[in-house]
Design a protein around this ligand. Structure first.
Ligand SMILES: Nc1nc2c(ncn2[C@@H]2O[C@H](COP(=O)(O)OP(=O)(O)OP(=O)(O)O)[C@@H](O)[C@H]2O)c(=O)[nH]1
Ligand SMILES: [Mg+2]
Length: 340
């Protein structure tokens, strides 16, 4: 299950500055020697892996990135200022290829890891560098080297932040289709979803997360029954689980317990993840059923009633998931800093 997020961008490093042609002019020195300084180096374009970023989506909006040129050299042997490097932050796990040749340029895995993707041009030499015993007053200087230019293909294999788990046919894929742009297959029979599908939920410019829709689980899944077990490994690295039960079921407690048991038997650490319990298809409830469900409490939680058809409960679900992800993030950061 790899949902690949890609972006194609054009990067151009800064050109080197031109060398200067200049001669010393001082009081009482009628014929000064050459003193044209070298041009400055152009800025590099550097990609840096940033653990706070999760997607490459923002790179789709701006396709070209140019680092500043080096300044030209000046008289008085002054070297031109170098152009500043242009730093582009990408999520950890970004693969970088040359889009034309397909050549792999690097794999930015570790936070802070850097990759120079386009080198700035060297500055040209000023005329002072060309002085020789036979030519003491050279009138030549070099132009700066052009900065490298290239088209990059960035690819990110996304890991899911949230896993949707539940029995077959409860509406997991439908839910994913209303909260993201993903278009999983939806049908009124069990085991419609045969392999996991990922979708990106966007709440705002800086707020997005990835949700995995998994094939339905059934009792005995940990023993290999049904399909879900093959895919449980995909939720091992999610940070939050959404457990979906059908609101019209008459044994919610029992179904919840069965699901949890399957998760636990597969991998007990799955139970350490924060779980959000949701009841799907709320649009099918009668007012009496609704009334009863408002009293329901599972593991100290009042399950959230949602409907992919009417949109009921969906904004609240997304807000709660976002909060849970923030909490999970903090606990990871805290345990990392405790470990170091
Ligand atoms: N009335 C109503 N029907 C829904 C809702 N969500 C899903 N359904 C219907 O429930 C059926 C199953 O939906 P899916 O999204 O395919 O269910 P799933 O959980 O992904 O099923 P599997 O992939 O087989 O595990 C479809 O006929 C959907 O149209 C809802 O909120 N209200
Ligand atoms: Mg499905």
């Amino acid at each position: 299950m790899h949902f690949i997020d890609t972006a194609i961008i054009r990067v151009k490093a800064g050109d080197g500055g031109r060398g200067a042609v200049s001669f010393r002019r001082e009081k009482y020195v009628p014929k000064g020697g050459p003193d044209g300084g070298n041009g400055g180096k152009g800025g590099d374009v550097i990609l840096v892996a940033d653990p706070h970023l999760r997607t490459l989506l923002d790179y789709r909006y701006q396709p070209t990135y140019t680092a500043p040129n080096g300044r030209h050299g000046e008289g008085g042997n002054r070297t031109g200022q170098s152009g500043e490097d242009l730093i582009l932050r990408v999520p950890c796990g970004t693969l970088v290829r040359d889009a034309c040749s397909g050549e792999l340029l690097g794999d930015l895995i570790h936070p802070g890891q850097r990759l120079v993707v386009a080198r700035g041009g060297r500055g040209g030499r000023g005329n002072a560098a060309f002085a020789s015993p036979t030519n003491r007053a050279p009138r030549i200087a070099e132009p700066g080297e052009p900065g490298q230019e290239r088209t990059l293909k960035l690819e990110l294999k996304l890991l899911a932040d949230v896993g949707l788990v539940g029995f077959p046919n409860v509406g997991k894929s439908t839910l994913l289709s209303v909260i993201s742009a993903a278009r999983p297959k939806i049908a009124d029979y069990p085991f419609t979803t045969l392999s996991p599908v990922l979708g990106m939920v966007r709440l705002g410019p800086e707020q997005h997360f990835v949700v995995a829709d998994l094939p339905g689980l059934i009792e005995g899944a940990h023993l290999g029954r049904g399909l879900g077990h093959q895919f449980l490994r995909h939720i091992e690295r999610t940070r939050v689980l959404t457990v979906l039960l059908e609101s019209t079921s008459n044994d919610l407690h029992g179904e919840y317990a069965t699901l949890l048991q399957e998760l636990e038997r597969y991998d007990p650490t799955l139970l350490a993840k924060e779980r959000l319990i949701c009841l799907s298809k709320a649009d099918l409830l009668t007012p009496e059923q609704r009334q009863q469900l408002s009293q329901l409490c599972i593991e100290g939680q009042t399950p959230l009633l949602i409907s992919a058809v009417t949109g009921e409960g969906i904004p609240e679900l997304l807000a709660r998931l976002w909060e849970a992800l923030q909490r999970a993030q903090h606990s990871v950061t805290a345990s990392l800093s405790a470990a170091s």
